[in-house]
Design a protein around this ligand. Structure first.
Ligand code: ATP
Ligand code: MG
Length: 437
């Protein structure tokens, strides 16, 4: 046993058992070990009260003493040590009204899914299973503990947790759990948007994101979280450019094509890049389907949607321009050098290349613009795409220009000539200024 985290966790349990208490590893860490996955943190369950836990260790914070949780800092790691408990009634579908200390068996039964309800005695390696969790793990099944209907009604967040765990571990969802999930899906809106977004982003940034996406849609949760995605279903497109099908299918295939470790911005940009197609769809006089302005309108919608979900600003600031610019890739081979360099200078450009690649790969299969941009990136690899300016506003003022918007216009003109390769040195630029300024 060389894992220092596990070693420390075992010592915390041993300290409690030496003091006469019962203590086990609980929940996710037991599940993860049995599945052969990396364990990132150990939760400990015990019959000691938070006060008794506090007395047994030197560094303890009472993070949730009223829920029976103490945070033990031990050998450089933090462990949540929770007293075995059962939850009181759930008045609002979000949080139990009260908790009371209880037995390991009752504590297992308050947990959400059988795979999350296991205990482990680290001293013996024995798994303590009151809820049939091991069997479900072996069968790769996600099953609510007890009556699924009741369990989702107690806490609607469990619906998103079900999707998250099923996608992350590629589990099938047991029938009555699935039926109950679908029945309660509309009630997800009673959960705070912050908690919804935290779950959704975890689902979508995971490598198995397409399964998560499908489960969100099939459960009915998507309709209440991102109804705009459901609107993409049946939004047909010209078959010669989109042999893969409607906008929904196109988006889903792209989600499947991005790398497993895609950035969160790329994931959202893929999801939202064509979000305005239903709203902008027209048929022209030749009978061709068009989506004029779907990039511009889509960028606005993407921002609106992400704001509604209370996404962080840095994410919105990345996704919005990615959506706005996704059609610009069609013109890269025809761009002036200066226009291309400015286009490529965006902080999101690496993700945008990938967005463009999968946009084509999932539909028309055109690779020309993608390859062109990659070649240009190599060409510009040893210099800044947009190099520092040759002259500044001060140079212009020294030459008698008045401060104001006109200065910016001239500087921009000089930068364009610089990016196009017509001005290369400061002296060139000053000479141009004397002749034209
Ligand atoms: P992860 O690896 O995602 O952290 P986890 O199983 O540790 O997975 P947590 O959210 O950290 O999940 O919760 C720890 C344990 O607490 C779960 O394994 C489960 O037993 C219980 N739990 C957490 N949230 C709920 C909930 N909403 N309803 C019932 N039990 C829950
Ligand atoms: Mg956890």
């Amino acid at each position: 046993m060389t894992d220092p985290l596990r070693q420390a966790a075992c010592s915390v349990v041993a300290t409690l058992t030496d003091a006469g208490f019962t203590a086990f590893f609980a929940g996710g860490c037991v599940r993860d070990r049995l599945m052969g996955n990396h364990v990132k943190d150990y939760d400990i369950a015990t019959n000691a009260t938070p006060q008794q836990v506090a007395a047994a260790f030197s560094k303890v914070r009472m993070v949730g003493a009223h829920f029976g949780v103490a945070l033990v800092h031990y050998h450089g790691f933090d462990f949540e040590v929770a007293t075995f408990r059962e939850d009181g009634s759930y008045g609002d579908g979000r949080r139990p009204d009260s908790v009371c200390y209880s037995t390991p068996e009752k504590d297992a039964h308050r947990r959400d899914f059988t795979i999350n309800g296991l205990f482990e005695n680290p001293a013996t390696g024995e798994v303590i299973d009151f809820i049939g969790g091991q069997q479900d793990l072996d069968a790769r099944t996600l099953r609510a503990i007890g009556d699924a209907e009741t369990r989702f009604a107690e806490d609607y967040l469990r619906m998103l947790r079900a999707v998250r765990f099923a996608a992350r571990f590629d589990l099938k969802i047991e029938e009555s759990t699935w039926v109950a999930l679908q029945a309660h899906a509309p009630q997800i809106t009673q959960i705070s948007v912050e908690r919804i977004f935290a779950e959704v982003r975890t689902i979508l940034t995971h490598p198995n994101r397409v399964r998560g996406f499908d489960l969100l849609v099939e459960s009915g949760l998507m309709q209440h979280i991102l109804p705009e995605i459901i609107q993409l279903q049946g939004c047909d497109q010209p078959p010669e450019f989109h042999p893969e099908g409607d906008v929904y299918q196109h988006t889903r295939i792209m989600l499947d094509m991005i790398p497993a470790d895609a950035s969160e911005a790329l994931v959202w940009a893929v999801l939202l890049h064509d979000i305005a197609k239903p709203a902008t769809r027209t048929v022209d006089e030749t009978g061709r389907i068009r989506f004029n302005g779907h990039d511009r309108v889509g960028a606005e919608m993407a921002e609106e949607i992400l704001r509604r979900l209370k996404a962080p600003n840095h994410l919105i600031d990345a996704v919005r321009p990615m959506v706005a610019r996704h059609m610009t890739f069609m013109n890269v081979t025809k761009m002036k050098r200066s226009t291309l360099r400015r286009f490529m200078d965006a902080p999101t450009f690496t993700d945008e290349i990938e967005l463009h690649r999968v946009d084509c790969a999932s539909s028309n299969g055109i690779t020309e613009n993608y390859e062109f941009v990659l070649a240009k990136r190599d060409e510009f690899a040893n210099e800044p795409v947009v190099p520092p300016p040759l002259v500044t506003g001060r140079d212009l003022i020294e030459r008698g220009h008045k401060p104001g918007p006109n200065l910016g216009k001239i500087l921009n003109e000089i930068q364009t000539l610089q990016l196009d390769g017509q001005l290369t040195t400061r002296d060139d630029a000053l000479a141009w200024l004397d002749a034209n300024g």
